[in-house]
Ligand binder design. Structure first.
Ligand code: ADP
Length: 488
């Protein structure tokens, strides 16, 4: 019998454009460094541009901090720690953190639009996920600031001192919140560096922090490239490094601080398994797979980038998945209908393209969404690879883009082995109707976070972090607080 040809879904109609307005936002032409409660010029006089990856338009110029600037920022943070913040009562600290959260909420629309402009992520996600979650982190940790004795019963709690914090470009404001809120609640002062391609919301946060009246030097925000980050890591007077970024840079940081007594938490790369068992609710699972890999263009360290489907349901899952992928709206991130926005930078787009080529060269079958990509800006069509092997490069290495690999399995033991056969261990997803199967898998998967019948769910109360090359330490919840305290 002739094989039925698979029908390709094409959207025959378009949504009317629904662009979010940019009239209420203010982006300056040039931003300085926020050190010691003031916006100051970089000592080397250098600035670099930040672009909108959706259009390639220049958004602003941002100061490029060198070692001297970092020294100034660390000194300001030390002075603020010694003279003010360590003497501020916990209840007062809580009030400041709470005030920052409220002011972020008041400016939520502006923060969401700027995040979308600078990062390329869709406005629906900046508006409904990034910004509210960032506010919630400040609210949550404000609550702990004056309850540390309950957080760590029967222990004496002391802050670490000055925390150096380096964050990536995929969730710029949210990562700043993950880092700053628990550090302040535990009584530390901060020097934070946002990523070079997405500095604007951290600088907006600096303005909010300033308006909130936080004592000078408690939070310092410095912009620059990798060498700026390295200057923070290598500064003698930093007590703790909190880093989120690539595994490569994580390893450099770990080597740099070895033997220095600096504490560290590293949240690095991932290649997380999303596992669909034969009794899973198929339609919900397909939505979960889509969300797992295409949320934020796949620029998610815990993205469900390796899909494992039990053989008996593989055909139907893959068919529905392709059909659903083809309906995703790719394009202008400021449009409220858009599902998949712009890739964060030309460099990242090149990396993704390199992996797509490797996938094809290694013999995998590619299925790409037949969407129309905008002419300007950096875009990648959502992509699925089938016919991959455990040893395929695209199965082994983190791509950090909208690219999913699909493997099948027969038994639960087999999928546990395959899922764990990776250098990473950040997250995993399990889809099944049975609690017992969830329990079995979640206890055997080597991942810091395991979601059951959902994916990419975050909450300030719940710890997040990895095993193996995905790093160590946890952020969020009580665990996140304990990374910023000395217990006696
Ligand atoms: P990505 O691959 O996501 O760009 P990186 O690890 O390169 O991740 O970047 C994450 C953050 O680390 C950015 O803020 C970047 O500027 C910073 N960074 C890059 N290299 C170094 C380094 N050697 N030391 C400290 N920070 C660095």
């Amino acid at each position: 019998m002739a094989k039925k040809k698979e029908k390709k879904t094409t959207i025959e109609w378009d949504y009317a454009p629904a662009p979010e307005s940019t009239s209420h936002i203010e982006v300056k032409d040039r931003y300085d460094l926020y050190i010691g409660g003031k916006f100051v010029k970089p000592s080397g006089g250098k600035y670099f541009a930040t672009y909108n990856p959706a259009t390639e338009d220049k958004l602003a110029e941002v100061a490029y901090a060198n070692e001297k600037d970092i020294d100034k920022a660390v000194k300001a943070a030390r002075k603020a720690y010694n003279e003010v913040w360590s003497k501020t009562t916990p209840a007062e600290r809580a009030k400041y953190i709470y005030r920052i959260a409220r002011m972020m909420q008041e400016r939520a629309r502006e923060l969401a639009v700027i995040e979308t402009l600078d990062a390329g992520k869709v406005i629906r996600e900046s508006r409904d996920v990034d910004v509210p979650l960032a506010c919630n982190h400040f609210f949550y940790y404000a609550g702990w600031a004056d309850k540390l004795e309950y957080a760590f019963p029967n222990r004496e709690v002391e802050a670490l001192g000055v925390a150096g914090q380096i964050i990536p470009w995929n969730f710029p404001l949210l990562m700043a919140a993950w880092k700053i809120a628990p550090a302040l609640a535990a009584g530390n002062t901060v020097v934070l560096k946002p990523a070079e391609t997405t500095p604007l919301t951290a600088l907006k946060l600096a303005e909010i922090i300033h308006e909130a009246g936080l004592p000078a030097g408690v939070v310092n925000i410095v912009t620059g490239y990798g060498d700026t980050g390295a200057a923070i890591v290598n500064h003698d007077d930093v007590d703790k490094i909190a880093f989120t970024g690539s595994t490569g840079v994580g390893k450099i940081i770990q080597k740099a601080i070895a033997g220095t007594g600096k504490k560290a938490t590293l949240e690095l790369g991932g290649k997380s398994a999303n596992i669909i068992l034969d009794d899973a609710p198929i339609d919900q699972a397909v939505e979960g797979i889509i969300n797992g890999i295409f949320f934020n263009q796949g620029h998610v360290c815990c993205a469900g980038s390796r899909l494992f489907v039990q053989e008996s349901v593989a055909d139907i899952v893959i068919k529905k998945l392709k059909r659903r992928m083809d309906t995703l709206i790719v394009g202008n991130p400021l449009d409220k209908n858009t599902d998949v926005g712009a890739i964060n930078s030309k460099e990242q787009l090149d990396t993704i393209a390199k992996y797509i080529k490797i996938g094809k060269d290694e013999g995998a079958t590619i299925h790409q969404s037949n969407c129309k990509l905008p002419k300007n800006g950096f875009y990648c069509a959502p992509t699925i690879f089938t016919d991959v092997a455990q040893s395929s490069t695209i199965v082994q290495e983190e791509i950090f883009g909208p690219v999913l690999t699909v493997q099948t399995f027969r038994t639960v033991d087999e999928v546990i082995q395959k899922a764990n056969n990776t250098p990473y261990g950040l997250a995993a997803g399990v889809w099944t109707d049975k609690g017992s199967r969830i329990f079995n898998l979640t206890t055997k998967l080597n991942a810091g976070v395991v979601w059951a019948n959902t994916y990419n769910k975050f909450d300030p109360t719940s710890p997040f972090g990895g095993y193996k090359e995905s790093g160590f330490g946890r952020e969020g919840g009580l665990h996140g607080l304990s990374a910023y305290v000395k217990l006696k």
